[in-house]
Design a protein around this ligand. Structure first.
Ligand SMILES: [Fe+2]
Length: 383
């Protein structure tokens, strides 16, 4: 519009005034959010939505493993109590998160190293990948674990990690730290004490209070609940079953490998709190997903964000139209809201994913939804 037109003057004055307003708002740490007409060159909705978002991503174990070995050489436990590689989603950088609410970290434990106890408000699990001697003590239960075993270190539960025996061991952990951080509720405590002769004494190692097979013995039989023990353990903020053995999961998968399963998910088995039947943590939970040889799932979309680690097998996923290849021990990030299909690349071997989801949080907040498409491509709304 030309400036010598009276209306042009008005418009250009308004534009200048608006620009002044926007500059002023930015200086004073405010953001203008109102509907705009087409002649104003300021798209607030677009800007408001243009925040950092997780993207689908695969971290390769073939990249991770050599870096873990180098870190183990360069960083001793004298330098640091913790030696983990956190997977950072490129869409969320510099935030340390693999999807918006969770991160996965890989850890290589040297032979016979055990770190002092600590606790924190984020909840975490450890999942064994290699080696038989992964160790985590949780609230007085000393747990040694191997490939496929899952160990809980819940919100506010004292725990110490390490390795027992003479071989290196690798595990992955999944934490809800990015979620708890968003809620500004992260706290850590490294000052572990026990009462000795009526006095509080700082300790480097937790005293064992339970038999080492306690979780399995008390909770290992689905559908049966012993009445003679206290089911509130530690801070009482999670499943009281602190270790889920792979052997049991494997038995359930084997028993159902010829079952039809779900066309959108294959064979999925959830880890549950044996007392409530609900998720192991209030915030995030875990499952195992098996794709039979040659199986391809129909497209599914859910609001929950997922982290999937192939524990066995190799294949690829189509996420929002893009192909992502993965193999054993990689981690695949599936941001909430993505359309996903998984393909088992083998005609003879199964794929087994270890999966983490923030669905428990979304369900509590009434945000969870799930959709699928049938073979004809029709949209199906599941929940
Ligand atoms: Fe920890």
């Amino acid at each position: 519009m030309s400036l010598d037109h009276p209306q042009g003057h008005e418009t250009s004055n308004r534009q200048a005034a608006l620009q002044g307003l926007y500059d002023d708002l930015a200086r004073k740490n405010m953001f203008p959010f109102w509907a705009t007409s087409a002649d104003v060159d300021n798209d607030e909705v677009k800007q408001l939505m243009a925040t950092a978002k997780a993207v689908p991503f695969v971290w390769k174990y073939s990249d991770i493993e050599p870096l873990l070995q180098t870190a183990a050489r360069l960083v001793t436990m004298d330098d640091s109590e913790r030696r983990s590689l956190i997977l950072c989603n490129p869409g969320l950088a510099p935030k340390r998160a693999s999807v918006s609410t969770m991160y996965t970290a890989y850890r290589l434990n040297d032979p016979d190293e055990i770190m002092p106890p600590h606790k924190h408000s984020p909840s975490a699990i450890r999942f064994g990948l290699t080696g038989q001697g992964n160790f985590t003590g949780v609230e007085g239960e000393d747990i040694t674990f191997g490939p496929g075993d899952m160990v809980l270190t819940p919100n506010d539960a004292w725990h110490n990690h390490g390795t027992v025996g003479g071989e290196q061991a690798v595990n992955l952990s999944v934490l809800d730290l990015p979620l708890v951080e968003t809620l500004h509720a992260v706290h850590f405590d490294h000052h572990y004490t026990e009462m000795v002769d009526g006095k509080e004494v700082a300790k480097k190692v937790q005293t064992a209070l339970y038999p080492t097979d306690y979780s399995q013995r008390i909770y290992g039989e689905g559908g049966l609940k012993p009445r003679f023990v206290n089911h509130r353990r530690g801070a009482g903020k999670s499943s009281p079953m602190y270790v889920y053995r792979w052997e049991r999961m494997q038995a359930v998968l084997d028993a159902h490998k010829d079952w039809d399963g779900d066309p959108h998910e294959g064979i999925v088995v959830d880890y549950i709190d044996p007392i409530t039947g609900g998720p192991v943590f209030p915030t995030i939970s875990f499952y195992v997903q098996m794709l039979r040889p040659g199986e391809r799932t129909l497209p599914q979309r859910e609001t929950a964000s997922l982290l999937l680690a192939p524990f066995e097998g190799a294949g690829h996923s189509i996420i929002d139209g893009e192909r992502y290849d993965w193999a054993q021990f990689d981690t695949l990030a599936v941001p909430g809201g993505s359309w996903v299909e998984h393909v088992n690349g083998s005609d003879s071997a199964p794929v087994i994913f270890f999966g983490a989801t923030d669905a428990p949080t979304q369900r509590k907040l009434m945000l969870y939804r799930r959709w699928g498409r049938n073979k004809a491509g029709d949209l199906l709304s599941f929940e």
